[in-house]
Design a protein around this ligand. Sequence first.
Ligand SMILES: [Mg+2]
Length: 126
Amino acid sequence: MKTILVVDDSPTIRKLLGYILKKKSYIIAEAEDGLDAMEKLGHVQVDLVIVDLNMPNMDGIEFVKNLRDNYYYMDTPVIMLTTTKDEKLKKDAFDAGVNMFLNKPVQPNFLLYKVESLLGEEEDHG
Ligand SMILES: [Mg+2]
């Protein structure tokens, strides 16, 4: 069973993503911003992260930079899910280490497909 950490400052989005992901029996952990997510990663082993960009305290890009500095999470798949279509921010997100950049709103089945493909790739690497 894989655990997915959902990081978003909107409780509605967290609830919606949790609802979608639970259809495939993923275990869901939630965090309300990057800082909260870093704290949670100290307690929970996470297989994939879905992170928002704009959040208080620590935004998505700062969070991903911190995540990539952590030995245990250097290779963990990260999907950034945001309303922004700013190409500069998208580039910054990839430079920080995200694996995939998707725009809200996302089709549930499309998201599940992307999650599965990223988790599958991870298994191939051992
Ligand atoms: Mg936000």
